[in-house]
Ligand binder design. Structure first.
Ligand SMILES: [Zn+2]
Ligand SMILES: [Zn+2]
Length: 361
């Protein structure tokens, strides 16, 4: 039997329902999902009454599991392989991919929608082409990324979205240079992963900024060299002071509010880089002084989507870094729950010091 968390219509609350699964088509694989993290984007689907997707919607996009069945022409994975399911897989054909710049791919390989609600046969729209808050997912083989089985599956799942988004921002989207200085605004799961990415990149100074002291403590444990309590002091002033008045080479805003990116720009040293990692809500605006903050400070202002990863090379790299103890994924899994608990827990993710809540299927 296959069950999954279905968001049936804008008025309904998500609920666990029975599903049916079609056989995989060419280059498609069926993954038996074993773990799926609850990511803010799934909550965003509820907050925006569907995120523009067609109902009914199958939630989940931070999953890992084992390949159960493969369709025709599948060559990269076989039944039994442990995989992380990527929501992004460069297409190989768009102009960016053709010029070997697939981190900027504007398209994605995708499987057909092959899961249905058992009750009425309605085809489900999986969030970000994944729908991994279900026992099974059907994805394009390029989205099924093999990782070592030694990595606990609830940690592997985080590579699918939250961790890779944060770490990838610092490693690949706007690569942090060795010995440089970094500030990370917002120490939720994604911001803490940015701290870990900056650590892997060899940053000399990593300043973590948040309003919650307990999150700053975790940031310190994960590699931050300095912390700033933004509830107690002005974070821009504090970061300048910590860097001898110069500012940081790289500043990341891992919050959705516009103040995060504004502060990131103002924290930059001359010709630094300010990167937006957190997803803003519609109609969020920026309040920057074009003369002093932008022209005068000359920052590069960048955006990353999911850490701009190339999953087939980056997920195994991060999995190995975790196995080698160079990053600590275990610290990110603060609770594990059953699939039946997801509808009730999803609206409360991040509360009470939670970093990542992971459903075990
Ligand atoms: Zn492409
Ligand atoms: Zn996500």
């Amino acid at each position: 039997m296959t069950r999954g968390v279905v968001y049936a219509s804008p008025e309904n609350k998500p609920a666990v329902e029975e599903l049916t699964v079609e056989s995989p088509g060419p280059r498609e694989v069926v993954v038996r999902v074993l773990a799926c993290g609850l990511c803010h984007s799934d909550l965003y689907v509820l907050e925006t009454k569907g995120w523009g997707l067609r109902f009914p919607i199958l939630l989940g996009h931070e999953g890992a599991g084992v390949v159960e069945e493969v369709g025709r022409d599948v060559t990269s994975v076989a039944p039994g392989d442990r995989v992380v399911i990527a929501w992004r897989a460069p297409c190989g054909e768009c102009p960016q991919c053709r010029r070997s710049d697939s981190r900027r791919c504007s398209s994605q390989l995708r499987a057909r929608r092959r899961l249905h609600r058992a009750a009425d046969g309605a085809v489900l729209t999986p969030v970000l082409r994944c729908g991994t808050l279900a026992d099974r997912a059907v994805v394009h083989e390029a989205c099924a990324v093999r990782v070592p089985e030694e990595l606990p599956v609830e940690q592997a799942a985080l590579l699918a979205c939250g961790f890779s988004t944060g770490a990838g921002a610092a490693l690949w989207a706007t690569p942090v240079r060795e010995e440089s200085s970094v500030a990370v605004i917002g120490c939720g799961g994604v911001g803490l992963a940015t701290v870990q990415g900056a650590l892997l990149a060899g940053a000399a100074q990593i300043v973590a900024v948040d309003v919650a002291p307990e999150k700053l403590e975790v940031a310190r444990a994960l590699g931050a060299t300095d912390v700033v309590d933004a509830a107690a002091e002005d974070p821009v002033e504090a970061v300048r002071e910590l860097t001898g008045g110069r500012g940081v080479d790289f500043a990341f805003s891992a919050i959705g509010a516009g103040t995060g990116l504004t502060q990131a720009i103002r924290m930059c040293a001359y010709a630094g880089t300010a990167t937006l990692v957190g997803m803003p809500l519609p109609q969020t605006t920026l309040d920057v002084d074009l003369y002093a903050d932008v022209f005068g400070r000359k920052p590069t202002i960048a955006v990353t989507h999911g850490g701009d990863t190339i999953p087939q090379q980056d997920f195994p790299f991060l999995a190995q870094a975790a196995l080698d103890g160079r990053i600590d994924l275990s610290r990110f899994v603060t609770s594990t729950i059953r699939l039946d608990e997801v509808p009730e827990r999803l609206p409360r993710i991040g509360e009470g010091g939670e970093i990542r809540t992971v459903a075990i299927l």
